[in-house]
Design a protein around this ligand. Structure first.
Ligand code: MN
Length: 358
């Protein structure tokens, strides 16, 4: 097989027009000390895109630190280079130093500084220029030197790959960075089962696999890595806590701190559970109401299908937002009032929910 170079005719549609590409490359060239960050409650896409972007900037000779607002799930702790990540809530002083000395802060996988929670203030105070690379709808224009926003893309990792590819950095991309990018795309698409219709995604996967990543092993590490407690918790919640509202094609469940304690809950244990009720035929909406383990809030996760889009509900009722079919938000304690708010939301959207399945 001949070696593939990306300096010939492009295989992928270019993500940036030439002028924007120049702007990005100038922004990188002019910076020396870079902080890369992602949203609070980092997921596979957040971690994977930060780490791959870090590798590129390091190769460009920059002094780079990935600083995340708080910890990420244990099932991602095998990811190459993840040990270099600094957590703002645990190493605040050191993190603040990196942030205040940075001349460029790259904000990956989120669309407004509020999504950094406590870390947002430090980022706001820093004199560094800010670059957003993200795929959430409606990016805030405020406070960013440059915004690379592509809500139509599967994951921030896909955007990062396309940027690297267009900048001619594919040949130097390491196996580790390829694994991180693959993990990001896999996690944000439920292993390429949603938000993944663009044929070029599979071209990208092919290009990543040519870096010798083991995609089957990555799947196993992320998804078949459960503790027995987690398995039991999922079964019990679905059996005891799940409420199905058949005429509304909706389902919801609660998860309280005391239940989490019973199941030796660790961060990430409930991730993905909210997708389960959508396996019921014609289901349009699934909602999880989970007491946060760190803040006094009830975190709401929404997933939708069959023609209903949950984002507007997240915005109007749960102080949140997100994608059309995967959104989230939060409400103050207690759980009972969160359930009451959910019932109001179900009532407000009843025409769409009760209507014909799309
Ligand atoms: Mn993402």
């Amino acid at each position: 097989m001949t070696e593939r170079k990306n300096n010939g005719a492009p295989l992928l549609t270019e993500i940036l027009p030439a002028t924007e590409l120049m702007r990005l490359m100038m922004l990188i060239r002019e910076s020396h000390r870079v902080v890369i960050t992602a949203h609070y409650g980092p997921d596979g896409d957040a971690v994977g895109s930060c780490l791959a972007w870090q590798e590129y900037l390091q190769r460009m000779g920059k002094d780079v630190h990935v600083v995340l607002p708080n910890d990420y799930p244990d099932f991602l702790k095998w990811m190459p280079m993840n040990r270099s990540i600094l957590l703002y809530n645990e190493s605040t002083v050191q993190a603040q130093q990196f942030i205040s000395k940075a001349d460029l802060i790259c904000c990956l996988d989120f669309n407004e500084l509020g999504r950094l929670q406590q870390m947002g203030e430090a980022v706001q105070k820093s004199k560094a220029k800010r670059l957003m690379i993200d795929h959430h709808e409606n990016p805030s224009e405020d406070g960013f030197e440059m915004i690379i926003s592509h809500p139509e893309m599967s994951a921030t990792a896909e955007i990062v790959f396309r940027l690297l590819y267009q900048m001619g950095a594919y040949d130097d991309l390491s196996r580790s960075a390829a694994a991180n990018l693959y993990t990001g795309m896999m996690c944000d698409t439920g292993s390429f089962t949603y938000n993944s219709r663009d044929p070029e995604i599979y071209l990208i996967i092919s290009l990543l696999m040519q870096k010798n990543i083991d995609k089957d092993e990555i799947y196993k590490k992320v998804y078949h890595n459960w503790s027995q407690h987690k398995f039991e918790m999922w079964n019990d919640i679905l059996r005891r806590n799940l409420v199905i509202v058949p005429n509304r094609h909706a389902a919801y469940y609660t998860l309280t701190r005391s239940q989490m304690k019973d199941y030796h809950y660790i961060r990430g244990d409930a991730e993905g559970l909210v997708n389960e009720p959508l396996k019921i035929r014609n289901m349009k909406l699934s909602v999880a109401l989970r007491e946060d383990t760190e803040e006094d809030v009830v975190r709401i996760s929404l997933r939708s299908a069959n023609g209903f889009h949950c984002r507007e509900m997240a915005e109007r009722f749960f102080n949140g937002g997100g994608h059309d079919d995967a959104a989230g938000g939060k409400l103050p304690f207690p759980m009972e009032s969160a359930i009451a708010t959910l019932n109001e939301a179900l009532e407000a959207f009843k025409d769409e929910l009760e209507g014909k399945v799309g």
